[in-house]
Design a protein around this ligand. Structure first.
Ligand SMILES: [Cu+2]
Length: 133
């Protein structure tokens, strides 16, 4: 009797072992990439000045590359954020950055233009341009 069961069980073992083979982990597009960390400063007094042309984020337009990180440093005496504007995808946002503090780095993996502003002071505007590598 076992001579009939053995080939069948071997067949099942074969099928199951080929099914449950662990998949190769997907390679992260940023693995091995020499990415950079960029710092954008929020100048002192930025929150009060609504006039166009004011530098709210320094630099106001920052060019980076895919896989780079950006953090914001708040040199002002008010709380600020860097929050992606409507329609920006993928969206991003920092929590409130307290005076003198830095945000956690944000990681950018998709090329494109990212307009952002400060949530409590929407006249404060900045732009990131993420270039492909
Ligand atoms: Cu603000």
């Amino acid at each position: 009797m076992s001579y009939k069961i053995l080939p069948v069980s071997i067949l099942f073992l074969f099928i199951f072992s080929s099914c449950s083979k662990p998949k190769e982990p997907e390679k992260d597009i940023c693995d091995g990439v020499a990415s950079e960390l960029h710092v954008i400063k929020i100048p002192k007094g930025a929150g009060y000045k609504r006039t166009p042309g004011t530098i709210w984020y320094d630099p106001p337009i920052k060019e980076i590359k895919v896989c780079d990180d950006v953090l914001w440093e708040n040199l002002d005496q008010m709380h600020h954020t860097a929050t992606s504007s409507n329609g920006v995808s993928p969206s991003f946002g920092t929590p409130f950055i307290t005076p003198g503090a830095k945000s956690q780095p944000k990681h950018f993996r998709v090329a494109g233009e990212y307009l952002y502003h400060c949530a409590p002071h929407p006249w404060m505007k900045g732009k990131l341009i993420v270039k492909p590598r």
